[in-house]
Design a binder for this molecule. Structure first.
Ligand code: GDP
Length: 303
């Protein structure tokens, strides 16, 4: 689903995922979602739509609540209305299955480590708060109407397609620029923050597995390992034979009003019930992203 006219992301999407049919709709517009579900008659709906960059959520807190939080309610309502659930029908076999992209940012100031499906939430940004609403409304539609609606609580998942503002891609692009002589320094925020970083391709596989289960349940998806931003930076520079200390400059512009210090998944339920395991490790992921950006920048800087 795409929104707006002449959306510049559409060309990029086609390049990456080839021959897909796009339909229009906007998470801010209930009617457009009902029309989209009516038109497409989907078997499965994956709601990955969100304002997803945490610092932006302080600058546009209300819009984040509308898109990232209320957008989930609107998508669930569209499915409920089109399939007649809660009016004349209860959902049966062949009902539309719904996946909500919940987030480890809901754990925020963590109450226990590692975090599992029963760990209480304590979000630390308007983004985390909005995702928490989306999580609970998905659970509520499952319980209220018997809909097949599940949340995947995904920890940070990265790939060469990650937006340049997120820390992994910022670092892989920065390292590639410095290696190619296009820049000399990389300005960073909090180097002590720790995350459980995995490969997005592995996580997308987990999403599909969740919707293929007999029963709708929520799952935590992560690797169970944690690295600091410092580890990330050190490794990324080392892959091209550079020392991060020669190039990284700390800049308070990139620190946040409230920080999530540590995230680490306990993916036991996913492993045991879905049979899911991540295939790409942290080192391989970082190398993949740095190599991809080296190729990207050396082809675009050639005359
Ligand atoms: P998030 O976990 O969804 O907020 O994903 P990000 O990739 O944006 O940030 C991950 C962590 O890296 C956070 O704890 C940030 O504070 C930290 N970090 C440190 N320096 C930077 C930076 O320059 N940019 C970003 N995006 N994050 C940074």
């Amino acid at each position: 689903m795409v929104r707006g006219q002449a959306n510049p992301h559409v060309a990029r999407l086609r390049k990456h995922i080839g021959d897909v049919q796009l339909t229009t709709g906007d998470l801010l517009d209930q009617g457009s979602l009902i029309s989209a579900v009516e038109r497409v008659q989907p078997d499965e709906v994956y709601n990955l739509g969100a304002i997803s960059y945490v610092p932006m959520s302080w600058q546009q807190a209300e819009l984040t609540a509308e898109v990232t939080g209320m957008g989930v309610l609107r998508m669930l309502e569209a499915i409920r209305v089109v399939s007649g659930v809660g009016q004349s029908r209860t959902p049966g076999p062949g009902q539309i299955r719904f996946y909500q992209a919940s987030s480890s940012e809901m754990f925020g100031m963590v109450r226990e480590t590692p975090q599992n499906e029963r760990t209480p939430f304590h979000p630390r940004s308007p983004y985390g708060v909005a995702k928490t609403y989306g999580h609970y409304i998905t659970q509520n539609y499952r319980e209220s109407y018997g809909m097949f609606a599940v949340s995947g609580i995904l920890f940070n998942h990265e790939s060469p397609r990650r937006g340049a503002e997120f820390v992994t891609r910022k670092v892989s692009l920065g390292v590639a620029r410095i290696k190619l002589g296009l820049a000399s320094e990389l300005r960073m925020g909090n180097l002590e923050a720790r995350r459980d970083w995995g490969f997005a391709g592995d996580y997308a596989r987990a999403m599909r597995m969740m919707l293929a289960q007999d029963a709708p349940e929520d799952y935590v998806i992560g690797t169970g390992r944690t690295q600091s931003v410092r580890d990330l930076v050190e490794l990324a520079f080392a892959t091209v034979g550079l020392n991060w200390r020669d190039h990284v400059v700390q800049d308070p512009r990139f620190t946040r009003p409230a920080e999530v210090d540590l995230l680490c998944a306990d993916p036991k339920k996913a492993r045991e019930q879905l049979g899911w395991e991540p295939e790409v490790g942290f080192e391989e992921l970082v190398a993949m992203m740095v190599e991809s950006d080296l190729r990207l920048l050396s082809s675009s800087s050639r005359p």
